[in-house]
Write a protein that binds this ligand. Structure first.
Ligand code: ZN
Length: 268
């Protein structure tokens, strides 16, 4: 009895370990600028196709701004950041969407969207370069494909361990285990992982804005204004459940990266 219990325990460890090794071994790549090794099932070509089709859908569904000033600003800053970004085969496109949301994005393949709602917070060219640099950095570091790959991997590892436990006389623990695993995987892996991606996008974005000729110091001002905006909007989610680093932490990280970014800064 005892022996078969431990044999099952060993099987759980072996199978989980195997799944983990499979996860870490398969589809690894290296992130530009930071050199971090990442796990990604998707190919850059697959990501790009998804980016193109999603962007087309957005342009059909969300009204596009006709404000000539906003459009000219986004084109100008976007092109300068694109010129220094390491995104092979990109088909750059910059669109200003009419929306109150304070947001922006860059899909794989260089499809950039800026919502009019963020423009009062970016304030000037350097503020906008902070945002576009950060979003382009997410695409360069292939964070979308990485997130999907990690989520798929966690599901697989959870299913394997769940099946082993479900097979034993402790079958009643199966559903609870799956549930705990689900919660555990969210707080233990998924969210800190995305905070790591945020920090990485900040780092790469800061280098890009500096290379594009914008003073990287402006990034600190932008994130402080963005933090104030979120506080005013009532974003009082507990810090550990947020996908973004706390604003103070983010600003501290940016200040630490400033000498490295400034070394790349050439005023235009
Ligand atoms: Zn981000």
């Amino acid at each position: 009895m005892k022996r078969s219990f431990w044999r099952r325990q060993a099987a759980v460890v072996t199978i989980c370990g195997g799944a983990l090794m499979l996860l870490l071994g398969a589809g690894c790549g290296t992130v530009a600028e930071t050199g971090r090794r990442q796990f990604n099932f998707m190919s850059p070509g697959q990501e790009m196709q998804l980016g193109f089709s999603e962007f087309e859908k957005m342009k059909q569904q969300v009204p596009i701004s006709k404000d000539p000033g906003a459009n000219a600003l986004v084109q100008k800053v976007g092109k300068r950041v694109a010129a220094v970004a390491d995104l092979p085969n990109a088909q750059w496109e910059f669109v200003v969407f009419e929306s109150k949301e304070a947001n922006a994005f860059c899909l794989p393949g260089g499809k950039v969207g800026v919502y009019t709602g963020i423009l009062p917070i970016t304030k000037d060219e350097a503020g906008l370069a902070t945002v576009i640099g950060h979003e382009v950095a997410h695409a360069v570091a292939r964070h979308g494909g990485e997130r999907m790959s990690v989520a798929m991997g966690l599901q697989t590892a959870g299913a394997v361990a769940g099946a082993v436990i479900g097979n034993s006389k402790y079958a009643n623990y199966g559903p609870a285990f799956t549930q705990v695993y689900g919660v555990g995987s969210q707080l233990g892996a998924s969210l800190p992982h995305s905070r790591m991606q945020e920090a990485e996008a900040d780092e790469i974005g800061l280098i890009y804005m500096a290379r594009a000729g914008y003073n990287p110091e402006a990034a600190v001002g932008f994130w402080q204004r963005f933090g104030e905006f979120n506080r005013a909007a009532g974003a009082n989610t507990p810090w550990f459940l947020r996908t973004h680093p706390t604003d103070n932490q983010r600003v501290e990280n940016l200040k630490a990266l400033m000498p490295k970014a400034k070394a790349q800064f050439r005023a235009q």
